[in-house]
Design a protein around this ligand. Structure first.
Ligand SMILES: [Cu+2]
Length: 693
């Protein structure tokens, strides 16, 4: 074979190799996209749930509309839409589900009795009556109301004075209108020179309660710089005004005091006069920058997304209306306009363990040296924990494959409001074994279960803060409630005096992150193995004991002791621990929670545990722009305690067990070995969609 032939042969071989490689690579490229998995994203099913969950379901848009129509017809033509109502008008403040009495609900759920009448609770402000008041009206039966019952006196021991009414959006708007149109024009030079005020660059934040004694409605209002796209909460300018807005005619409202840099003034006119005379010490505060420290816009270059979790074999739970079911748990959820998230008829493996687990209240008490902040004691149910829930963002607020559920509310306006995707349900992969053991004494085996839990979540964005409420159901029968705080901190102007740092840390040029508490109240109406429950509170003390076999030596032995715990008998009239009327009259609560506690016997009764979880928040520089959820979490955990004969998670799907001589790589031996095969398809993720603005 001569050289020419060899070269031609080599060239042909190379061409063939390249051609084969190309075909191989392109054909691999064509099939490198794995097939799509079967649909695994459970969507919320329409509201045709079994009647058991209908008992606790929030009112549908049709029911809310029917109640409004009925009230309009019954209460006469003088009714004004709450969105436009003046204090001297009559308006429907809110309509929501009236929870059924427990006895009637259980008779239906457990003994097949007819369901109790479905009813609504309407709160009506009667500002246009000779004796203005707030009335609570039960309206039923739904969906076609025919009766109306005034329950105000039976629930509150008398009429509800008008000054206790929660603030309407319309009242807040009217207060700001008064300041902008009547008060701020008294100091045009001062406001423009010191704060760059141009008519829109200041916004108000209110202290609550509004006053110092029962009957007051006088609110300290602090002004903050207001630039589009930036949270105002981190931009105090140091000016605060005390507005008396008790009069039903806004024309009679008046500013009683003005506070600026540690001094009090009669009104803004005095401040203007002293400023012009050069006698006023001022702190000139530049307008915040749209991309400054308080902005939430990303300051990182684009990069890969964080890990996703998905269910390779499809969802292990279902959501039908407000009924959630998995192989171990079933419950129904609701969303109180004021009290927020709640779940009912909670069953583990078919057996009820709790009748109701709900949020009751969310309290923050602040300290600082400015009047607005030192006055602030937020009782957020008054603003509405459910009312201020907003659409949750897939992949951030909830795992991407969560089931998003729409909520409808009617509060502060006569129209039904849709909160799209304000509740999410998902199964959480915890990245931690719930249990595991690797045995290497005498015999060799491994057993474990990946930690996962069924979660229902909503987030209340009440002003500056966002509270993430979770009820978490674990495969070992444990029930957890938890809340994380995030969002903007509330700040005060840093006066510069040394004393101001007694109340927190400096978090901006002239900004004090004010110290405050967060306290959350939960209601736990447990029905473990029936209605009759016992409270057995146990703690452990270490007691010295002589070793029986060697009495001259002592050992410290842990021993159970009894422990004080506050639990009450369940009473229909003690259904809630807080009230939306406390915020504006904290001095004379109509029904104080402390009165729930008496010396009643708690053995073999239907019991409710009232749980407070709280933490102290001393804001620091890293709270800017937002407080992070990490470390700002509290809650409760209810674990089975001799209720089962063994850990029921042994029955949970997904358990792993293999022995030394087994091939753990085989799908038939170890379900986790199936994952590479199962995950060889692309999860069928729903498109990203958000509409809650
Ligand atoms: Cu805080």
């Amino acid at each position: 074979m001569n050289l020419k032939v060899v070269l031609v042969f080599l060239a042909l071989s190379l061409i063939t190799i390249f051609a084969l490689a190309y075909i191989l690579l392109t054909s691999q490229g064509g099939s490198s996209q794995p097939p799509r998995c079967p649909s695994v994203s459970p969507s919320a099913q329409p509201r045709t749930p079994p009647s058991q969950s209908q008992l606790f379901a929030d009112l549908s848009p049709e029911e809310l509309t029917a109640v409004m129509s009925f009230l309009t017809q019954q209460l006469g033509p003088g009714l004004v839409d709450a969105a436009q109502a003046r204090p001297s008008d009559n308006c429907v403040f809110s309509v929501e589900l009236q929870l059924p009495p427990k006895a009637a609900a259980l008779a239906h759920l457990d003994r097949g009795s007819p369901p109790p009448a479905r009813e609504a609770l309407a709160i009506v402000f009667f500002g246009g009556q000779p004796r203005p008041n707030v009335s609570e009206l039960v309206v039923g039966p739904l969906p076609h109301p025919s009766y109306l019952r005034d329950v105000t006196v039976e629930r509150h021991g008398g009429p509800l004075p008008y000054h206790r009414r929660p603030m309407l959006g319309a009242e807040f708007a009217q207060m700001w209108k008064h300041l902008k149109e009547v008060e701020l024009p008294k100091a045009p030079v001062f406001l423009a020179s010191v704060f760059n005020y141009n008519g829109s660059t200041l916004a108000p934040l209110h202290a609550t309660p509004s006053g110092l004694r029962s009957g007051d409605r006088a609110t300290w209002i602090a002004l903050y710089h207001n630039i589009s796209g930036v949270g105002i909460f981190l931009h105090p300018v140091g000016l605060e005004l005390l507005l008396d807005h008790r009069a039903l005619d806004p024309a009679r409202w008046a500013v009683q005091r003005v506070f600026y840099l540690g001094r009090y003034y009669a009104d803004l006119g005095q401040l203007e006069w002293e400023f012009k005379a050069g006698r006023l010490e001022v702190a000139r505060i530049p307008l915040p920058l749209p991309d400054g420290a308080s902005s939430l816009k990303s300051r990182a270059p684009p990069g890969p997304l964080p890990p996703l979790q998905f269910s390779p074999q499809g969802s292990r739970y279902s959501v039908q209306g407000n009924l959630v079911a998995s192989s171990l748990w079933t419950f129904t959820f609701g969303h109180g306009v004021f009290s927020g998230m709640r779940i009912f008829d909670i069953r583990f493996k078919g057996e009820r363990v709790a009748y109701e687990v709900s949020v009751q209240e969310c309290v923050s008490v602040y300290g600082a040296d400015s009047p607005k902040t030192m006055m602030t004691r937020y009782l957020d149910s008054s603003y509405g924990l459910g009312r201020h829930s907003r659409g949750l963002v897939r992949g951030v607020d909830c795992p991407y494959q969560s089931t998003m559920v729409d909520i409808h509310i009617l509060v502060g306006t006569g129209a039904v409001q849709l909160l799209p995707g304000a509740v999410c349900v998902f199964e959480e992969a915890q990245g931690l074994p719930l249990r595991r053991h690797h045995n290497h004494l005498e015999s060799y085996f491994y057993g474990g279960l990946a930690g996962s839990a069924l979660v229902v979540r909503s987030v209340s964005s009440v002003g500056n803060y966002d509270y993430i409420w979770d009820f978490v159901l674990h495969p070992n029968g444990a029930l957890e409630g938890r809340v994380h705080a995030t969002g903007y901190i509330n700040t005060a102007f840093l006066s510069g005096g040394e004393e101001s740092l007694l109340f927190g840390n400096r978090v901006g040029e002239r900004v004090l992150g004010a110290v405050h508490t967060h306290a959350f109240h939960f209601k736990l109406d447990l029905d473990v193995a029936g209605l009759k429950n016992w409270v057995v509170a146990e703690d452990v003390v270490f007691k010295p004991v002589a070793a029986p076999w060697s009495p001259e030596h002592q050992l410290q032995r842990p021993q159970l002791t009894r422990y004080q715990l506050v639990v009450t008998r369940r009473k229909e009239e003690e259904s809630q621990s807080s009230s939306i009327y406390y915020q504006n009259d904290i001095w004379t609560p109509t029904m104080a929670f402390a009165d729930f506690i008496n010396n009643e016997t708690l053995l073999g009764e239907d019991l409710v545990a009232w749980v407070t979880a709280s933490f102290l928040h001393i804001p620091h520089a890293e709270d800017v722009p937002n407080t992070v959820t990490l470390g700002n979490r509290v809650g409760f955990l209810l674990r089975p305690y001799n209720f089962f004969d063994e850990d029921p998670s042994i029955f949970s799907p997904g358990s792993v067990y293999f022995e030394k001589d087994q091939d753990a790589g085989l799908c038939s031996v170890n379900p986790v070995a199936c994952v590479p095969h199962l995950a060889a398809c692309v999860p069928d993720l729903p498109p990203f969609f958000y509409q809650d603005f």
